[in-house]
Design a protein. Structure first.
Length: 407
């Protein structure tokens, strides 16, 4: 018999490699350029990103409910296979309709992964009696996820200079590899799966998650914060290659610079536990400070010349790594019901819903003022979200204290 304390170690030996390969897709630095080179204008490009977001938005909550009812490693496996299918469509039909269909598949794949990963990790740690390690483990998971993306960014540009279709073929292969690693989770996870009659029905599971999110103010605040805070940088990330090409960077340079910037996200995720530690009584002040810093850095990147603009992007992505991990840790700490993946997906659902307007706004800003104008808009948006959340958190906590005092 394996001691309970050994279980996180066995699981993490599969989990960490998967976190890297799941994001190591060579198409990342060039797929926006591939679309643009197909004769599609900036607003149409933004509309395609919205297609991805709408597909993920629609599938987000149902996928979380699925992950609460069925083995989560199978949900992750299905997501990786769907993403491989999306890139295959792009390879075979590089037209607007082909990109449209591919983004639909990719959006559903992303929804299958978003709430499932956090819930799977948290519950493994909780069952082993070390749930306080979640921020530590999720920070490293996020870092490896971003490191995989940075590796893809660094290599993808060089591969695309040789042949633009090659990154697509490689991304299909790597998606299949991540599906293979996900398929090993069950062997690493020996936890019993509940019998079918012990699982609540799909609608019942959804109601349980919504009820906890709405009935407990601490959960609602965490859901709203996670739904709004990352959206500005997360949506803008898709447009970074276009901003860099506007500044006369080559394909290879775009990949290398984007990889360098993405390493900022890796560093922020790893250091989140130290820079904004989450514990039972931690508030949101640290996360709000990092959000304000990230928005200011992103806005500055639009105005700074040459390599200074890259420094602005690096600082913004670093801040994104810090506050995204700390907000996720706050949410997981607040949830106490069995609907962990459902509630996590509700937060992602909110982010994807708000992302529709962000994508469209960035697209119109790019059309009217170039990609530097779009960068400025994204930075100012994050600052505005930070100020609104600061007010909302203050009012919510004041109401909670008043309610507690009254009772």
């Amino acid at each position: 018999m394996t001691a309970p304390g050994d279980r996180p170690g066995r699981f993490l030996r599969w989990w960490y490699p998967w976190a890297f390969w799941e994001q190591c897709l060579l198409i990342y630095p060039v797929y926006a350029l591939l679309i643009e080179d197909s004769g599609i204008d900036p607003v149409a490009i933004a509309s395609l990103f919205m297609v991805w977001s709408v597909a993920a938005f629609i599938a987000e909550v149902p996928s979380g409910v699925l992950a609460d009812r069925f083995p989560r490693h199978r949900v992750l496996l299905a997501g990786a296979l769907l993403r491989a299918s999306a890139f295959s469509v792009w390879l075979l039909a590089p037209t607007y309709s082909g990109f449209f269909a591919g983004f639909v598949l990719w959006g559903v794949a992303s929804a299958l992964h978003s709430g499932t990963r956090q819930a799977l990790l948290y519950e493994h740690l909780e069952q082993a009696g070390v749930r306080e390690r979640f921020q530590h483990c999720w920070g490293r998971t996020n870092a490896l996820h971003s490191a995989g993306g940075a590796t893809a960014l660094a290599i993808g540009g060089f591969v695309a200079q040789w042949n633009m279709a090659a990154p697509l073929v490689a991304s299909i292969a790597l998606s299949l590899a991540s599906a293979l690693v996900a398929g090993c989770f069950f062997a690493a996870d020996r936890r019993p799966v509940a019998a079918g009659h012990d699982r609540p029905a799909m609608l019942r599971q959804l109601k349980l998650g919504i009820h906890e999110a709405l009935s407990r103010r601490v959960v609602l605040i965490a859901v709203v914060a996670l739904a709004l805070a990352p959206v500005a940088i997360n949506a803008y990330e898709e447009f970074v290659p276009l901003f860099l090409r506007e500044r006369d960077a080559t394909l290879a340079q775009i990949g290398m610079i984007f990889a360098f910037v993405y390493l900022g996200h890796v560093a922020g995720a790893v250091l989140s536990e130290r820079l904004d530690p989450v514990h039972e009584r931690s508030g949101y002040r640290g996360a709000l400070v990092w959000m304000l810093f990230g928005g200011s850095a992103l806005a500055a990147a639009a105005a700074l010349p040459g390599w200074w603009s890259v420094a602005g992007l690096l600082a913004a992505f670093f801040a994104w790594g810090v506050f995204s991990v700390s907000l996720q840790a706050r949410l997981q700490q607040a949830i106490r019901d069995r609907s962990r993946a459902t509630i996590t997906s509700l937060a992602s659902f909110g982010e994807l819903g708000s992302a529709q307007l962000v994508y469209l706004g960035i697209g119109f800003a790019g059309l009217a003022a170039g990609w530097a104008g779009a960068t400025l808009m994204a930075g100012c948006l994050l600052i505005a979200i930070t100020l609104a959340l600061a007010l909302g958190v203050r009012l919510g906590l004041c109401a909670e204290h008043t309610s507690a005092a009254g009772s």
